[in-house]
Design a protein around this ligand. Structure first.
Ligand SMILES: Cc1ncc(C[n+]2csc(CCOP(=O)(O)OP(=O)(O)O)c2C)c(N)n1
Ligand SMILES: [Mg+2]
Length: 886
């Protein structure tokens, strides 16, 4: 407050009036009056105070707290066992060496936050509840395992094999659905992805509900974050969307233990106040849980504000320091600052001062916050819970900067821990760090079982499979199979037609989820706006400017399209929510997320990796792909490597098709694999914007397309020394390859087999498989890779050209019999005509021809002078700069 109080009597009158309104007419009326007064002040031009913050106190005053309904002593005993087992899991994994690692301090700070959720709030899926979705902080996993162990879901052997995942006997380091497909749902350990994905998950639950695909009304999404994690832009980057979309099914719990890995999150400030301002500003309901119940009498007695002033002036670095010491230290350094505060705690012992707990360790305070959060309507809620990192670890790490990495605790610290949580452990057992379990039939065991039974069963748990969908046969895409019949279209257009066919399919049309960032017009998809509508929970509150046009911009409560704006991380998070809906909501849907390929895997690669871990099933479409095919856009747009990135994700099946029939075959197969057979794969398909004619599907090509390679044209080859080559190509560059075959024949009398290779990546995977099998089965008949099978028996070198880096086509080198040469688009892209770009990157028909002749010359089949002739004939400058360095 600025300046002194010029008229204390007047001030008193105002405050008295307010207090009387609150007392006799209620807080709502007081709020109305204050708003009214402030509004008047604004209109009169009086400066109105603004603060995004509230005082450094609990948001819910004690008298407004909903009471914790559980048996607190029993819950405390259960939680103490969980604490112990969580710590034991890590200590025992690192008893002999620290190779395996693990974290103790994070869960100890969050134990009560999880426990109250598990005991009282989180529903497992059951007949009368679809199940809540809980995003658990990755490195708190030992605590979650510890609870599952008490519930009898894990054996001691599994705990002892923490972080030993290879033999399948152990439990995973962090939440990984890939490694524990019946247990973990959400990989969260790459910081920032959990909160971002949780926001889009909550929105997707609304989408399912509004579109009548599933009843998600009572389901909540809970996301646990570390306070340090909030520094990731992904963590807070979409909080505006959450409030705009009124996601009252979303609850963030931020464990504010004031520390991250290296040290304090905001030593010189207050992370909780900072976060409060950010979330309030973004329109969230913010609940601060700072002080435990033991503080309540002190706060109530703080009539002149000395305590709150002290609470406000301390920075997080000091708060951390207090909790790394002891009661006497807190008395001296916190309360000792003023005689009033000192007097306030004069009658308290040091132990009592030490027991002044933070809100995030008080089940009553947490229960009240959670209860308020689940009832809150119209806004998402964030709970900012203040805790101590390494709570209970004492000298081994409590509140210390080293605590995050602490994997060892000495006997003295363990004894202290045992005594602090009254654990029934003998000194002998302590040495072994024995796991604790409640006896069957004990009150604790019964209580634990009853609580989870009341909430529908154990959590976390993951559904592996849902119902299979009925997929249209390939003939449904007849229009694509028979080619474009003289019309010139792009593969993007071909895809959009396929998508339209699927959207109209009687059986699965409703389940198709088209997702676009702000690029529909780029891909010629704007016609879908009117037909299928853009999802909006409020429908359309305005008459769109283009309402009188056939294809107007239609927003609709039942809209099918998710238009995500300029937001690729958000859009792929929506896609992930949809692609895992078979598991999280027992509702399989078929998401197609189409975007600028350059702003895909490169931009959101970590999310795509998480999608693989989550066993996402859906289609990613890299639009306007190809280094030379998206020609006018330049260096940051022209993609020549997304296929290499796709190849890094083991369950991502990727294709670079050229013709519309290839896309039809690939999409239909994807549908069959993912939604009929429920395979845990997802598809990445690149699409181009170059228009050309599409031929009809060659007879029997389907299997080859899917394997990644089939013969498109057969040249007349005869004899070992025939002037014959194999030309391989994918995407638009396949058309250059086809043209090169003509040049070779017309200009040099060389014949060629032309192969379409929709997936070098799938070919490599299959080839490596065969090679590995052969290695391990030395005496059996060797298996042949598809590449080898295709190319064996016909003479001549093999030349491949694509619109991607050379490493893309190079993937199959080990399986190509004989000489193999690869052309590709290594280097930075740039803007120009397609023809010039293909010359520049040396992937055009002339260059393919020269490369083929050069390979023949190296084999002695043609004279080197023929290559020189070709270079001259096609006007290629041999001294032109290498595009890789140009
Ligand atoms: C993207 C990413 N960067 C870094 C890490 C490594 N890391 C794991 S935990 C951690 C500190 C976490 O601090 P905080 O979020 O405050 O959680 P706490 O353990 O304090 O609850 C870091 C840096 C990671 N897992 N992910
Ligand atoms: Mg932290």
């Amino acid at each position: 407050m600025q300046g002194g109080d010029r008229d204390p009597t007047e001030t008193r009158e105002w405050v008295d009036a307010l207090e009387s309104v609150i007392e006799f007419e209620g807080a709502e009326r007081a709020r109305y009056l204050l708003e009214h007064v402030l509004d008047r002040a604004r209109r009169k031009g009086a400066p109105v105070p603004y603060s995004a913050n509230t005082p450094y106190l609990n948001t819910i005053p004690p008298e407004k707290e909903e009471r914790h309904p559980g048996d607190r002593p029993i819950e405390h005993r259960i939680r103490s066992f969980i604490r112990w087992n969580a710590l034991a899991i890590v200590l025992r994994a690192n008893k002999h060496s620290s190779e395996l690692g693990g974290h103790i301090a994070s869960f100890q700070s969050a134990a009560t936050l999880y426990d109250v959720g598990f005991m009282h709030f989180w529903h497992a899926p059951s007949a009368n509840h679809g199940g809540d979705l809980v995003y658990i902080q990755g490195h708190s996993s030992p605590g979650i395992y510890a609870r599952a162990f008490l519930e009898g879901r894990f054996t001691e052997e599994q705990l002892l094999n923490f972080r030993q995942e290879v033999d399948g006997k152990g439990i995973a380091s962090y939440p990984h659905p890939w490694l524990m497909p019946d247990f973990w749902q959400f990989p969260t350990v790459s910081m920032g992805l959990g909160p971002l994905m949780a926001i889009y998950q909550a929105r997707f639950l609304k989408y399912l509900h509004f579109r009548g695909l599933a009843d998600t009304e009572h389901r909540k999404v809970w996301a646990f974050l570390g306070d340090g994690e909030t520094d990731e832009p992904e963590s807070l980057g979409a909080i505006g969307l959450a409030s705009r979309e009124k996601l009252d099914n979303l609850i963030f719990v931020i464990n504010c233990n004031l520390q991250r890995l290296d040290g304090p999150v905001r030593g010189n400030g207050k992370i909780i106040q900072e976060l409060e301002a950010e979330f309030r500003g973004a329109g969230w309901n913010v609940i601060k849980v700072l002080w435990g119940s033991t503080w309540d009498p002190l706060i109530a007695a703080d009539t002149n504000g000395a305590l709150i002033r002290r609470m406000e002036e301390c920075v997080d670095g000091e708060y951390q320091d207090f909790k790394s010491k002891n009661g006497a230290y807190v008395r001296e350094h916190f309360f000792g600052k003023s005689p009033e505060l000192k007097a306030m705690v004069a009658s308290m012992t040091d132990a009592e001062i030490w027991a002044l707990a933070r809100g995030g360790h008080d089940p009553q305070k947490i229960f009240a916050a959670y209860a308020a959060a689940v009832k809150h309507k119209g806004q998402p809620t964030v709970i900012l819970a203040k805790t101590v990192k390494g709570y209970g670890m004492g000298e081994a790490g409590e509140g210390q900067n080293i605590t995050h990495q602490q994997k060892k605790m000495g006997e003295a610290s363990l004894k202290e821990f045992r005594d602090r949580f009254s654990l029934p452990i003998s000194d002998e057992q302590l040495k072994e760090i024995a796991f604790l379990k409640f006896a069957e039939g004990s009150v604790e065991m019964t209580y634990l079982r009853e609580r989870r039974a009341a909430l529908g069963g154990s959590l976390p748990s993951r559904r592996r499979k849902s119902r299979a969908l009925e997929i249209p046969p390939l003939s449904a895409f007849d229009a694509q199979l028979k080619g474009s019949e003289g019309r010139e279209i792009s593969t993007t257009m071909a895809f959009v037609r396929i998508l339209n066919t699927l959207l109209r399919d009687k059986k699965i049309g409703k389940r198709v989820v088209p997702i676009v960032p702000d690029e529909s017009r780029t891909f010629g998809m704007e016609g879908m706006f009117r037909q299928f509508g853009i999802f909006s929970q409020v429908g359309q509150l305005y008459r769109p400017e283009d309402a009188n046009q056939l294809m107007f911009y239609k927003e609709d409560r039942n809209g099918q399209i998710l238009q995500e704006g300029i937001n690729e991380p958000g859009a792929i998070s929506s896609w992930i929510a949809a692609a895992t809906s078979y598991s999280t909501s027992d509702t399989p849907v078929i998401p197609f997320y189409i975007y600028y390929s350059m702003f895909g895997l490169q931009r959101v690669g970590d999310l795509a990796w998480a999608a693989g871990d989550m066993r996402a099933r859906g289609f990613l479409l890299g639009g306007t792909a190809g280094r030379t095919t998206l020609n006018g856009e330049g260096l940051q747009h022209e993609d020549g490597h997304s296929h290499l990135l796709a190849a890094t994700i083991p369950n991502c099946v990727s294709y670079d098709p050229t013709f519309s029939y290839e896309i039809a075959v690939i999409v239909q197969d994807g549908l069959r694999r993912m939604y009929e057979h429920q395979e845990d794969v997802f598809f990445y398909i690149t699409l181009m914007n170059e228009n050309y004619e599409h031929p009809p599907i060659p007879a029997g090509a389907e299997a080859g397309i899917l394997k990644g390679m089939y013969r498109l044209m057969e040249g007349a080859a005869s004899g070992k020394d025939a002037r014959h080559v194999h030309l391989l190509g994918s995407g638009t560059i396949l058309r250059e390859v086809i043209a090169a075959a003509d040049l070779l024949a017309a200009d040099f009398g060389v014949t060629a087999d032309v192969w379409s290779v929709p997936s070098f990546t799938e070919l490599r995977r299959e080839g490596l498989d065969a090679e590995r099998w052969n290695l391990l089965h030395p005496t059996e008949k060797p298996r042949k890779s598809h590449v080898e099978t295709c190319l064996t028996g016909r003479p001549g070198p093999v030349i491949a050209a694509t619109d991607y880096m050379k490493a893309f086509a190079d993937q199959i080198r080990p399986f190509v019999p004989g000489r193999y040469r690869v052309l590709g688009t290594d280097g930075f892209g740039r803007s120009d005509y397609r023809k010039k770009l293909r010359q520049f990157f040396e992937v055009d028909r002339q260059f393919v021809t020269v490369a083929a002749l050069s390979s023949l010359a190296e084999m002695g089949t043609v004279p080197a002078s023929m290559v020189a002739d070709a270079i001259k004939k096609y006007g290629i400058n041999p001294e032109k700069p290498n595009p890789t360095r140009a």
